[in-house]
Design a protein around this ligand. Structure first.
Ligand code: NAP
Length: 234
């Protein structure tokens, strides 16, 4: 697609990968709405990006529908959803708390489903195709110690991606998945972890670049899944 024709909704666009993706797509000519729950951070990000801000929690069904409605109101239509809002939580199985597992699934899985559903309904009603990019992770490809909740959420997102692709291709909707390995963002800090940003790790910019390339391919084709690794991380 030509990004000058793109009306985009980026969930979790107030920080990290979503923020950089919004910046990259706006620079390429797209109109972009970003969401987040923290109003102060969201407004600051939107002002910097010249994006449309929508305060919303993806795990709340009414918010997911409102995000799509407000994007259409602002831009006239919607043709790209970047399903990016998500967070991490890591604990060994023997210490894992069910409430925390559910909280993670509420955003990373149910939130992604609700946003995908609202966007897909809109795309079908418009009758002009559409694009959904689900931001999964290399944790959608293999399990590891302490990863029960997070890998389960990202494997589930990968499974939903395959199902949506099978259902929506007939409507000219391209359903794609991006699997970043570790990226320097606020992701680790939100878990109280320090991230070693030593200059070898991926930046959000590399992921945004991959997303731009996927969208810019002519609509007759699409990249179902794309994994991004750092070349030589420490
Ligand atoms: N960083 C990595 O190493 C890495 C690697 C692979 C995949 N990923 C994935 O990439 C995505 C973005 O992560 P990031 O690294 O950019 O993290 P980040 O910097 O912490 O950004 C997360 C964004 O999501 C928003 N968010 C979180 N929960 C939300 C909810 N329930 N409703 C609406 N917005 C919500 C946050 O804003 P509020 O908190 O204000 O709502 C923020 O804008 C996530 O899905 C993550 O799993 C990250």
């Amino acid at each position: 697609m030509d990004l000058c024709d793109a009306n985009v909704l980026v969930t979790g666009g107030s920080s990290g990968i979503g923020f950089e993706t919004a910046r990259t797509l706006i620079k390429a000519g797209a109109r972009v709405a970003i969401t987040g729950r923290d109003a102060v951070r969201l407004q600051a990000a939107a002002a910097e990006l010249k994006a449309h801000a929508i305060q919303a929690d993806v795990s709340v069904a009414a918010d997911a529908q409102r995000m799509v409605d407000e994007t259409v109101q602002a831009f006239g239509s919607l043709n790209v959803l970047i399903n990016n809002a998500g967070f991490g939580s890591f604990a060994p199985l023997v210490e894992l708390e069910v409430a925390e597992f559910r909280r993670l699934m509420d955003t990373n899985v149910f939130g992604a489903m609700l946003a995908g559903q609202a966007a897909a309904r809109r795309f079908i009603a418009q009758g002009q195709g559409g694009n959904i990019i689900n931001i999964a992770s290399t944790a959608a490809q293999r399990g590891f110690a302490n990863g029960t909740a997070y890998t389960a959420s990202k494997f589930a997102l990968g499974a939903m991606t395959e199902c949506w692709r099978a259902e929506l291709r007939i409507h000219d909707i391209r359903v794609m998945q991006v699997n970043p390995s570790e990226v320097v963002t606020g992701f680790q800090a939100r878990m109280g972890r320090q991230q070693d940003a030593d200059g070898t790790k991926l930046r959000a910019r590399e992921i945004a670049h991959a997303i731009q390339a996927m969208l810019e391919m002519d609509d007759r084709g699409f990249i179902p899944e794309l994994t991004v690794w750092a070349t030589n991380p420490n």
